[in-house]
Design a protein. Structure first.
Length: 561
């Protein structure tokens, strides 16, 4: 019996939900089936992931074939004839591969497909000529570009030996644009005189006189021209800005030795949601996503802890900001659904009482999602078996997540002043404090930082995924569950709330804190109400070895040689 057969009823229920035909009773039934059942949770996670890949594939004209007998998936491009049909049919508005009813594993009706074939409009010969002409034109352009690039060299071999991997040309000691493997330690001179030193077995792609990609190995730039050289890495880009630079990909984590003015462009840095609270009006604007917020009556605008605005929460049941559910319809759906990592970040000026039974929520997402909640909160509680590390806690900060195979657990940061940890009184000194909670599935680490320093951590099994999202609301400053109570409302000021679908590396947590100290936002930008840019150039400290995060391309930590 296959895994799918074991969870046939669960799968059918998921299909109903994914088809957006689920009732409240269906959602409740799903939650009951998932509760306290790790195998069902794992199946649900994998089945939802499959659905997301299918949805993405349809947008890119990719066809999935599912063989029910073996539960085997085959991924292949949609048939070329289908592409042509979609281009020329006047009543076609979108290219859609013939998936049948993919989510329920039901093949398309052959009778229906035959009828579709009968109604297709014939392809006129002129279209064949048109496609042939366009194809020849593209081939001519590609040939011309290749010949032009190969006829001019971009680098000279001063020392060593290289072999061609793709395109490229070696004419005596001159290199044309292309991809090369370094057979022996090599020293190359670019046209403007800058030197590239490469270790054996490195693979480098040379685009032009000032742009290269290091695929494997180690590269050192010795500058002479003062011109910028752009270096592409596996998940980042570096701008030398006329200075020296070392990029080392020989270990599990990329290493960079910066020059005097090195800039980094990571592939992943942007939060999924970001509320700066600098806008005016009756709503809160999400500057990174689409989760604008609704302000409740007992939440009032005040001067910003950073920028022009923040919110004061007066510790009552109606003091909260509702930022919605991110479009979630079931667990693992919506923009508040995260899997491989999470970061919750905020500036706060708390007035938390510290009394037993009093919770002050900074951020919480759940409601109908039950145990799949996401929580960052001041708490004073004891006797709970899901606290990590296990123990009895008084005044503390809790960071709660639901992990597959672990269930819902909260990381605890005691506010006791021991081992460098702050006390509650120190956090209530009237100054803004930067709080960050992260979890990274790749390492298994869950962490809480205050003012750029890590003060609590707990490690789970490497690869433990998060299960979150769904229909439940997310609130800033209170519990989204009904009926609302004063016992979980925040007392104090909250500003600059950010929600990420990855774990901010330690270097970046401290960097965000340092940016705030200079009156810039977390990303080194002047506080505003504008949308965050899609890419960003980050200055790195001069003449420093830095390890780069393998999943995001962000700086992870400084390295002492």
């Amino acid at each position: 019996m296959t895994l799918t057969d074991n969870f046939q009823a669960l799968r059918e229920l998921i299909d109903i939900i994914l088809d957006d035909e689920a009732s409240e009773a269906d959602i409740e039934q799903l939650n009951l089936k998932l509760k306290d059942n790790p195998e069902a949770q794992q199946f649900y996670y994998e089945y939802i992931s499959m659905h997301m890949h299918l949805k993405s594939a349809a947008k890119h004209n990719v066809e999935f074939v599912y063989r029910r007998m073996s539960e085997e998936f085959i991924v292949r491009p949609a048939e070329q004839s289908e592409k042509i049909k979609n281009v020329i049919e006047s009543d076609s508005t979108e290219s859609k591969p013939a998936l049948g009813n993919t989510l329920t594993n039901t093949p398309a009706d052959p009778t229906t497909e035959a009828n579709k074939d009968d109604t297709r409009k014939p392809i006129k010969p002129i279209f064949y000529l048109l496609f042939a002409f366009v194809g020849l034109l593209l081939l001519a352009i590609a040939w011309y570009s290749l010949e032009r690039s190969s006829s001019s060299f971009t680098a000279k071999i001063l020392q060593g030996q290289l072999s061609i991997l793709e395109l490229g040309k070696i004419d005596a000691d001159l290199l044309s644009p292309g991809e090369y493997k370094i057979e022996q330690a090599s020293r190359l001179e670019l046209k403007d005189g800058d030197i590239l030193d490469l270790v054996p077995n490195s693979v480098i792609k040379i685009f032009n006189n000032n742009e290269v990609e290091l695929i494997t190995g180690k590269l050192e730039i010795e500058p002479t021209s003062g011109h910028n050289i752009l270096v592409h890495g596996p998940n980042f880009q570096l701008f030398s800005n006329g200075d020296g630079l070392v990029v080392d990909l020989t270990s599990n984590q990329p290493l960079v030795k910066t020059g005097g003015n090195t800039l980094l462009v990571p592939t992943t840095w942007r939060p999924r949601h970001y509320w700066s609270f600098n806008e005016m009006g009756e709503s809160v604007i999400d500057s990174a996503g689409r989760a604008d917020g609704t302000i409740s009556p007992d939440t009032s605008r005040v001067d910003g802890l950073l920028g022009t605005g923040a919110f004061y929460f007066n510790n009552t049941a109606s003091a909260k900001i509702n930022v919605g559910n991110g479009g979630g319809i079931a667990p693992a759906s919506g923009s508040f659904s995260v899997r491989d990592g999470i970061t919750i970040e905020a500036l706060i000026r708390p007035n938390y009482s510290g009394l037993e039974g009093d919770d002050d929520h900074i951020f919480r997402k759940d409601q109908s999602d039950g145990n799949l909640r996401i929580l960052l909160s001041f708490q004073n509680d004891s006797g709970k078996d899901y606290l990590r590390p296990r123990g009895e806690y008084n005044e503390s900060i809790s960071f709660g997540l639901f992990l597959l195979g672990q269930g819902y657990q909260e990381l605890k940061l005691p506010l006791d002043g021991l081992n460098g940890r702050p006390t509650l009184a120190q956090l209530k000194d009237g100054k803004p404090h930067h709080i960050v909670a992260t979890y990274d599935a790749a390492s298994g680490y869950k962490m809480i930082y205050i003012d750029g320093k890590k003060h609590a951590s707990f490690r789970y099994l490497i690869g433990s995924k998060i299960l979150s999202g769904g229909r439940g609301m997310a609130h800033i400053g209170n519990n989204p569950n009904a009926p609302a109570t004063e016992s979980e409302a925040f007392d104090g000021v909250i500003d600059e709330v950010a929600f990420y679908d990855f774990a901010l590396p330690p270097y970046m947590v401290n960097d965000h804190y340092q940016q705030v100290k200079t009156k810039l936002n977390y990303f080194g930008l002047f506080p505003s109400t504008e949308q965050l840019p899609q890419s960003i150039k980050m200055p790195l400290p001069a003449e420093t070895w830095i390890a780069i995060d393998v999943s995001t391309g962000l700086p992870h930590h400084r390295v002492i040689p």
